[in-house]
Design a protein. Structure first.
Lengths: 238, 425
């Protein structure tokens, strides 16, 4: 059974069709990348799958649950990292992780917080207030928050957005190792190198439609391209 | 386009938002409705007072007083016998009048003996607000005018009369009928003053708590959006109802602490005023009991919850902390309007439209509760509590519904006029 199954998903904002009937599926433990230009419908798709937005057409099944009927159940199994996320500024990093962990199994709270601190690699500053953190530290805290709950499905929108090379590489390694523990990962990114390095399969989305889907290597061979960036440019132009 | 023109145009487009104009338009409409209603009250109140006159004294000064009353007031009942007092009171009441005045048989006789002539005034008090007391104030002025005219008459007839007596040749003996109770020796203005001292603080406390706690809730929603924490919160395994209730309970808790502090201070304030007007309020059964304070507390707490759920609903429209500041304005106005209404008029004497409007504002009820409880009017208090509870439940349900829709995140709306406004931005 696939971890995520999307069939003919349609999402409209008033008269604007943001997603025009896309279909894809993600296997358990897979890292699946959603790639596309700005305004293609990536974030909308991720927000739908994260239970934030309702759908106007099609069906979405996540870990065996119908999104339209069992969003509450789905929220227990997923974790979402928005592209432009933040944390409560008056809390310390530790208090923020504790706040999030408190929504899950009470017995797991200490180990979740410990794991969150470990992932974010912020031991020295974890008791400082969040509003004193740099952008990179904040992003690492949020990645720690997203992955510490050991979600069955992690939805990461631009996980390395705004990070420097070193921090971005740390996050990529972390995503890769998290997938190895069995967590299914759905991510979006503008960074084609990142996508090539991380994803088992990718879907190229343009103007609300999936224009290409497959393994990065297969797509490069199909388009006789040297990298995913070339595949991306060709498919989007076509 | 010049730099100045370019910047001005951009600023106007930024400021020309529904968030800026809708609250102001709403407040303007409310103020206009209130103005019209208050104008009606003023027109009614500034008319000559409607009275009944019982003249037992047919001598010179009795006739002077009676003539002045008839010429300067609208007399709807005339008699020459004190035995007709009840009939007079009923007639005056039917004509929405203010008092029955008795000029007793010995009025002229006492004055000629240099003893104050007594005018017995039986007041029919309609309400304890400032507007309600206009009619009785007009009659009080008329009685002062009568006193002055009798002084002139005495000076004209007898230049050697005692100077200090001639300035106050009459005295008033007053009885006031208010809300089916008789207050012997008290005038409407004294009762009104006493009630104000007892019930003025609750509206102020209510207004302050709503403004403070309401700002907390609206800012909390705005900060969730501004700090980009809302999306994460909405994807956590927690019910929307819990998010909404949690925010309201937290703000209500803070508001309740503030309310308790104010209530404690207020009780000391009340006890300090018990005898301040020289009248023992307990003797007139005009003191709130501890049971009454519980009713006020319940009303206050529920109004707080209703107010906060309304703030929460407004908070869902807030895009940032800055826009949240604008959204607190309608709440401030909603808290201030009943405060002024209850200060100026009694709920019972309000015109129907204003009565409905006042009842519809949840904050009005704790403001009206203390005065109603002083007169054992539990119907208004309990009815108010039931209404606020329903109001709070409905508003919370709407907020939870908003939390379950896309509106909270993307602000979509089915209202075409709002869409058009948004497109203009």
């Amino acid at each position: 059974m696939p971890a995520v199954e999307v069939k003919n998903l349609v999402k409209k904002y008033g008269s604007i069709d943001a997603v025009k009937g896309i279909s894809f599926s993600i296997n358990e433990g897979e890292i699946f990348g959603l790639i596309g230009p700005n305004g293609a419908g990536k974030t909308t798709t991720l927000r739908v799958l994260s239970t934030l937005l309702s759908i106007n057409g099609g069906t979405v099944t996540i870990l065996g649950h119908d999104l339209s009927k069992k969003s509450g159940e789905i929220r227990k199994l997923i974790s979402y990292l928005p592209e432009d996320a933040g944390a409560y500024k008056n809390l310390s990093g530790r208090a923020y992780l504790q706040f999030i962990a408190n929504f899950f199994d009470p017995e797991e709270v200490p180990s979740m917080v410990k794991k969150g601190i470990e992932i974010s690699n912020l031991e020295a500053r974890i008791d400082d207030r969040v509003d004193t953190y740099s952008k990179g530290m904040m992003r690492k805290l949020l990645v720690g928050r997203a992955l510490m709950t050991k979600p069955k499905l992690a939805i990461l929108d631009e996980p390395t957005s705004g990070l420097d090379v070193i921090n971005a590489q740390e996050i990529r390694k972390l995503v890769k190792s998290t997938a190895q523990t069995g967590t299914t990962i759905l991510l979006s990114s503008h960074n084609m190198l990142e996508v090539e390095y991380l994803c088992d399969r990718i879907a190229l989305i343009s103007d609300g439609k999936i224009v290409e889907e497959g393994k990065p290597k297969s797509l490069m061979e199909k388009y006789k391209a040297r990298n995913i960036e070339e595949v991306f440019i060709r498919t989007v132009r076509e | 386009m010049s730099g100045l023109g370019n910047i001005t145009k951009k600023e106007i487009r930024e400021l020309l938002t529904p968030a800026t104009f809708v609250p102001i338009i709403l407040v303007a409409l409310i103020m206009a409705t209130m103005g019209n209603s208050i104008q009606d009250i003023q027109e009614q109140s500034t008319a000559p007072p409607t009275i009944g006159v019982i003249t037992e004294d047919n001598s010179t000064l009795g006739v002077v007083a009676s003539t002045l009353l008839h010429s300067h007031a609208k007399s709807v009942y005339n008699s020459t016998s004190t035995a007709d007092l009840q009939k007079g009171l009923e007639t005056v009441k039917q004509h929405n009048g203010v008092a029955v005045i008795i000029i007793p048989r010995n009025f002229t006789e006492r004055i000629t003996q240099e003893q104050p002539g007594t005018l017995q005034v039986y007041w029919i008090m309609k309400g304890a607000g400032l507007m309600d007391s206009i009619s009785s104030s007009a009659l009080e002025s008329l009685i002062t005018f009568i006193n002055m005219n009798i002084s002139k008459e005495l000076i004209r007839e007898n230049t050697s009369i005692n100077a200090s007596f001639v300035l106050t040749p009459t005295q008033r003996v007053e009885t006031t009928y208010f809300k089916n109770r008789e207050f012997v020796g008290l005038s409407p203005s004294t009762i009104s003053g006493m009630l104000s001292s007892q019930s003025l603080l609750i509206p102020i406390v209510m207004m302050m708590i709503i403004i403070m706690a309401g700002s907390i809730v609206i800012a909390s929603m705005a900060l969730e959006k501004e700090n980009k924490t809302l999306e994460t919160l909405l994807t956590l395994p927690v019910k929307r109802t819990s998010i909404v209730s949690g925010k309201i309970i937290a703000a209500a808790f803070i508001g309740l602490i503030l309310a308790i502090i104010y209530m404690v201070g207020m009780q000391f304030y009340f006890s300090g005023f018990q005898f301040s007007s020289g009248v023992n309020l307990a003797a007139y059964d005009l003191v709130l009991t501890s049971g009454d304070f519980i009713w006020i507390g319940v009303s206050l707490f529920l109004a707080l919850i209703a107010g906060l759920s309304l703030c929460m609903l407004l908070g869902t429209f807030a895009k940032s902390y800055k826009s949240a500041q604008t959204l607190t304005f309608p709440i401030t106005m909603l808290a201030m309007i009943p405060m002024f209404i209850t200060m100026f008029a009694d709920f019972e004497t309000l015109p129907l439209a204003l009565k409905i409007f006042t009842f519809a504002i949840p904050f009005s009820h704790p403001m009206m509760a203390s005065r109603a409880l002083l007169f054992h009017d539990y119907t208004l208090v309990i009815g108010g509590i039931v209404y606020i509870a329903i109001f709070a439940l409905v508003t919370i349900s709407i907020v939870v519904w908003v939390f379950k829709t896309d509106r909270l995140l993307i602000g979509t709306t089915k209202f075409k006029w709002l869409k058009a406004l948004k497109r203009r931005r």
